[in-house]
Each structure stands twice: as C-alpha cells, then as structure tokens.
Design a protein around this ligand. Structure first.
Ligand SMILES: Nc1ncnc2c1ncn2[C@@H]1O[C@H](COP(=O)(O)OP(=O)(O)OP(=O)(O)O)[C@@H](O)[C@H]1O
Ligand SMILES: [Mg+2]
Length: 240
C-alpha cells in the first residue's frame, strides 16, 4: 500500500478545470516530483491534498485512511506537513518561535517543543539565526524556515511547493543536501513541486508531469525528461 494515494482528483474554479482526474501514488520513503508549466495545477493539487479546498471529485488516502475533504489542521495532524509557495512566517516572532508553533502540533509541552525546534533548526543550518525575528531573514533563510516549520509538525509526508525558487545554485545544492539527508536518515517521504530541474533531477526517484490540470507523463527522471509531450509543453530542447 502506498503512503499517499491520490485518485481521480478534479477541481474547477468558475469553469476553469485547474485539476482534472489526477491520480498518483507516493510510496513510503520515496521522493516524488510534481512538475509542469505555470498554471498546470500543481499547487491546486497540493491544496486538495492538504485540505485547503475539497475536491469536486476524487479521493486522497494517507496510510490507507481517507483524508478527502478534511480541514488543513486535520490533514496536518494525520501526518502531512506542507510549505507554501509564498512563504508566510509569523514576522514578529523569532525564528525559533515560528518553529515551536509547528512543533506544538504534536508536543504539548513548550519546553519539549523548543528542544525539537532547536534540533530542526540545527539540521537545516538555521541555528545561528534562531533568536532573530523571522522578518529579518533573507529569502533563502525564509525558505529554510518554511521547511523547518513544516518539519516541526512531525509529518510522515512532506509537501514542498517550490522551496528552491529564487535560490542561487549553491543555495539550491544546500537544500538538496538537506532533503536527501532527511529522506535517507529519517525515512521521510517527500512530494515536491519544483521548476528548478537541477534539484528535481538530484532528488526525485520518480516524476509526475501535469499540463492543463492533467497528468501527461509519469516515470523515472531519465525517462520523463526525454518524453516528447513533456519536451513540447515544458522542458523544451534546452533540457537535453
Ligand atoms: N483559488 C483560486 N481561484 C481561482 N483560480 C485559481 C485558484 N487557484 C488556482 N487557480 C487557477 O488554477 C490554475 C492552476 O493553478 P495552480 O496554482 O495550481 O498552478 P501551478 O501549476 O501551481 O502553477 P505555478 O507553477 O505558476 O505555481 C491556474 O489557471 C490558476 O489561475
Ligand atoms: Mg504553484
């Protein structure tokens, strides 16, 4: 049984079919990338999985449990942590306090939550900034904090929405290293939306490609980047 089973998901916004009959599995321990052109429906898929919108049709199961249509807090409690494409930390709170808020999802003691927050900030290379207000962070640091907040909720499955966007290649490589370590050392399962192909190719064991809300390809990275339909709508000649 897959950790996440997405079946026949569809969602329209005032007649616009943002996601149409999308199905895929995420196996426990794998890193799966969701790619495709702007407006393909990737973030909408995350929102349907994470409970921001209920799907018009289809279902989402986590570890065999039907989580279709649950609220975001219930989905988080069920074990899905997510980052947002537009990062939104609590600006006035410190970096550490932001992560403590996430940790309080499962830990009910502030001391324990603080300890957990420190471990996560250490792991993500943000420990030196923990006392600063979130508003003072640079973009790459804010992206990292977004990941830390999601990790702190104690997810089985982490959804990452373009956490590498706007980063320099060295910063991207740092993030890739962090996710690879989390995946290998803690067995964390990751579903990531990403346009930075350097990161996708370095991380993903499998790729699902969306276009106009529909799945147009699915498979190993080597196979998907050579798929004529994917080249035509998204990657273009330069990818080869
Ligand atoms: N809340 C909403 N209300 C109305 N339309 C929406 C809403 N969210 C998304 N859409 C529309 O649904 C389509 C899919 O958008 P979505 O954000 O899922 O794309 P995406 O693949 O994440 O794109 P990008 O790579 O640019 O982030 C787009 O046409 C978008 O304008
Ligand atoms: Mg998006």
């Amino acid at each position: 049984m897959a950790l996440l089973e997405v079946r026949g998901l569809s969602k329209s916004f005032r007649g616009l079919k943002a996601v149409q009959d999308v199905s895929f599995d995420v196996t426990e321990g794998e890193i799966l990338a969701l790619i495709g052109p702007n407006g393909a429906g990737k973030t909408t898929c995350f929102n349907l999985i994470a409970g921001v919108f209920a799907p018009d049709q289809g279902s989402v199961r986590l570890g065999g449990m039907d989580i279709t249509g649950l609220r975001p807090d219930q989905v988080c409690r069920a074990g899905i942590g997510r980052t947002f494409q537009i990062v939104k930390p609590f600006q006035q709170l410190s970096v550490e306090e932001n992560v403590i808020v996430g940790a309080l999802n499962r830990l009910h003691d502030v001391g324990a939550a603080r300890e957990r927050a420190r471990e996560i900030l250490e792991m993500l290379g943000l420990a030196a900034k923990r006392a600063l207000p979130a508003a003072s962070l640079t973009l790459p640091e804010r992206k990292c904090l977004e990941v830390a907040r999601a990790m702190a909720t104690g997810p089985k499955l982490l959804l990452l929405d373009e956490v590498m966007a706007g980063l320099r290649p060295t910063e991207t490589d740092h993030m890739v290293g962090v996710f690879r370590r989390l995946n290998e050392e803690t067995g964390l399962t990751i579903l990531l939306i990403e346009h930075v192909m350097r990161a996708v190719m370095a991380l993903a064991g499998r790729i699902v490609v969306l276009h106009h809300g529909e799945t147009i390809a699915e498979g190993g990275p080597g196979e998907v980047v050579r798929d004529p339909a994917v080249l035509e709508c998204y990657l273009g000649e330069e990818a080869l």
